[in-house]
Design a protein around this ligand. Structure first.
Ligand code: XLS
Ligand code: CA
Ligand code: CA
Length: 437
């Protein structure tokens, strides 16, 4: 059965094309900085939004029918989603997908029944992977939807709930490895708190660290070779989320000795919710050797919550690509954790949304390469710190100075030169002249 018969294959037609079902900028074979675009941009489809989200919001029912011709909530429907997903990825030229356990099959009353369905559906996915060569970028367990997790999974006040979380993580790891998944994600859905009046924060953090240690031990035992990721998010659903941002999460990983196995999965919309820029979160991760993967989407500053829009902001994609290029190779890719708006309710809109996202990131890559090749901005930054290349600067950086020595030098200086403009506006103009020439 063909679900999307309005298109055979989405191909690159160039910026002049008026065809809404063609790439204008994503040209997989085009060489940028010595590598084809398709190698720089490891795009992935998010199973949950693309095959699951039907436009439901707090005020109304779904607007797009994702039953794919069968009754939702059945095994047939889970398999129809596999068919639709693989048709979509093949037609788009997308080589990876990401999933939560409960995206693949509907959760049953008894977890053992859910697990049996997961075995069957993942067998079916393996067949499709053999036919198409499409791979799994990462898997994860949904420890936030079921009411049992209302007070957290790994940070629950109850040990029985914690064991349910362990059961789901174990199975999600099994399925990830079975699908050849490269990495595994922890997003701390309900892992946080509403009020300290009822919360033992120290115990909760120790417990989730322990759960992560056990997950690493098990994952390595069954053959997971890639990285574990934490995906920081500051709020929503909980008022205080333990994985607030990259800096907080990295501190947590180091405290509990998890930093060798874990990296960051940075989502643009989550960075904005933490009142950071996306590129800030990427830079913090990169500088700590912890940039693992990206959830490619964007927020909406007018709304201010987690809206998971498809990325359209070329400046943001440009700054993000600069960080990714400077990080060198990352273990992950660009997962479109994004959904079409409620009123974009056709299958054509799903294709157009991915085209928008992929073209936006292609532009980001093209622009980031131009900025690097131009060199003016990197040079400005290097020059701005030039005094640190003096003998004194080098000595301080080598840790060879005492505070008294520097204080004496400081006191000898009679005035402070104000010739130190940061020239932000000039740099913005340089940036525009590079991007739009
Ligand atoms: C929710 C998160 C979630 C993670 C995976 O805000 O983005 O979808 O990516 O659990
Ligand atoms: Ca995400
Ligand atoms: Ca999100």
């Amino acid at each position: 059965m063909e679900y999307f018969n309005f298109v055979k294959k989405v191909v690159f037609e160039g910026p002049e094309s008026k065809n809404p079902l063609a790439y204008k900028f994503y040209d997989p074979e085009r060489i940028i900085l010595g590598k084809p675009m398709k190698e720089h941009l490891k795009f992935a489809m998010a199973w949950w939004h693309n095959l699951g989200a039907d436009g439901t919001d707090m005020f109304g029912r779904g607007t797009i029918d994702k039953s794919f011709g069968v009754v939702p909530g059945t095994l047939e429907h889970a398999k129809a989603k596999v068919d639709a997903g693989f048709e979509f990825m093949t037609k788009m030229g997308i080589k990876y997908f990401c999933f939560h356990d409960v995206d693949l099959v509907p959760e049953q009353k008894d977890i053992n029944d859910t697990n049996k369905m997961l075995d069957e559906v993942s067998d079916y996915i393996v067949e499709k992977q053999k036919e198409t060569g499409i791979k799994c970028l990462w898997g994860t367990a949904n420890l936030f939807g079921n009411p049992r997790y209302m007070c957290g999974g790994g940070t629950s006040n109850r040990v029985d709930v914690y064991c349910f979380a362990a059961a789901q993580i174990k199975k999600a790891l099994d399925i990830t490895v079975k699908l050849g998944g490269e990495n595994y994600v922890f997003w701390g859905g309900r892992e946080g708190y509403e009020t300290l009046l009822n919360t033992d924060m120290g115990l909760e953090e120790e417990n989730i660290a322990q759960l992560m240690k056990m997950a690493v031990e098990y994952g390595r035992k069954i053959g997971l070779k890639g990285d574990f990721y934490i995906e920081p998010k500051p709020k929503e659903p909980m008022k205080h989320q333990y994985d607030f941002d990259a800096a907080t999460s990295i501190g947590f990983l180091r405290k509990y000795g998890l930093d060798k196995d874990f990296k960051m999965n940075i989502e643009a919309n989550h960075a904005e919710l933490a009142k950071h820029t996306f590129e800030h979160e990427l830079r913090v991760s990169r500088l700590n050797g912890m940039l693992g993967s990206i959830d490619a989407n964007e927020g909406d500053c007018v709304l201010g919550w987690d809206v998971d829009r498809f990325p359209a902001n070329v400046y943001t994609a440009t700054f993000a690509m600069l960080e990714i290029l400077k990080a060198g190779k990352i273990s992950g890719g660009l997962n479109f954790d994004a959904k079409t708006r409620r009123a974009s309710n056709t299958f054509e809109d799903m294709f157009k949304a991915y085209i928008l996202g992929m073209d936006t990131w292609a532009l980001g890559l093209i622009n980031a390469a131009k900025i690097i090749e131009d060199g003016r901005i990197d040079k400005f930054v290097a020059d701005r710190y030039a005094t640190w290349n003096s003998d004194l600067g080098k000595k301080i950086r080598a840790g060879e100075c005492k505070l008294e020595e520097l204080a004496a030098i400081g006191c000898e200086q009679k005035f402070f030169s104000a010739e130190n403009s940061g020239r932000e506006e000039e740099l913005q103009e340089v940036l525009n002249s590079i991007l739009f020439r």
